[in-house]
Design a protein around this ligand. Sequence first.
Ligand SMILES: *[C@@H]1O[C@H](CO)[C@@H](O)[C@H](O)[C@H]1NC(C)=O
Length: 382
Amino acid sequence: MKLVIVLLSILFTCCNARLQLARQSYMRFPYQYNNGDPTNPRYDLFQDAAHKAAFHTVDKILYVASARSAQKYLHIIDMNNPAAPAILMTHVFENTVDGHITALDACTDTIAVALSAADPVGEGHIELFTPYNRADRVFTRTNRIIVGVNPKDVAHTSDCTRLVVANSGAATLNPISNTFTDPEGSVTIIIRNDQGFPIEINMDFTQLNGRVMDYITKGVRYVFRGNHSAGIVNTFSQDLEPESVTISNDDRFAFVSCQRNNAILKIDMFNQRIIELYSLGSKNWANLLLDASDLNGGPNLRQYKVYSFYQPAQLAYSVIDGKGYVVSVDTGKMTTYTQAQHGVAFNDHVRARDAWSDNELDTTTMDPMLLAQIQDNHQLGK
Ligand SMILES: *[C@@H]1O[C@H](CO)[C@@H](O)[C@H](O)[C@H]1NC(C)=O
């Protein structure tokens, strides 16, 4: 009898445990100060005034970065009383070779800020700071380090001595040569050196090019391979574009998502080398529920015989019941390159309904129900 009661109480706890979020406060961030006057802030929607945030748990300070290239701000916010947060200081990034702030991480004794280059094919930078000092009211930069092209995400090891940077190396029109350019994606590991400048290890993915057919077979997406008749060659390693990075709790491995490529890289943090590139494969929705249409009057969950790619944006690491997991936010990602912005026109996606009306589907072998759903905007058509 006692056992039954215990089990019941576990069930009860498990299924009624709902996380409740209650708003504590509200804060606006300026995207600009009129004439640089700190008492004269400007606020507006769609100005990317608050793009990334990182919380320093010990200091109870929240760092919030803007994503404008004109005014690059890092707001430092007192969170001692979550009901009344206040800006303690706004740090302004003024180096003209920088593009905008792309990522942020708060470790116990270090704040890391990633900045892209103003030149779209130029190398980005990491700036390291000691956390904001409340007593002296200073936020001191300790280093500025060159990393790969388009640093997109950063993660510290638990002891803050190593920083992993995912550099996407996104495709763009090279402003000098005026041609399509897809810089090598890469990962940078910055190792603290208390005797001097940090040690830096840069890893590109050219070593993976020899195994490209193997990776494709396993389901890694090699999205844009170039247009060989136009003399445009885009290698597999150039096409790999890191997006997010997370580190295992024991600091042994870093995991880097290559969102467009539907893959995750596993990196050995001891030897600073790539262990493997893993395909995430595809997901079968046949026995799951999906709201595929935005034209049928709301969320209507139905079953469809379709597959999807995962294409994770953000990664996080977690240990559950003693076992390590990489948790991914699978947002999907479509690739579109245009002549004007990339120097080449390319699309990796098409509406199924358009593919059908353009006679691109083999309707003779298709499931008749799926074919009907594709032609119906209330189902898979839109
Ligand atoms: C590849 O380049 C050739 C020559 O410039 C062009 O005619 C063709 O349309 C391009 N192919 C694609 C798929 O864009």
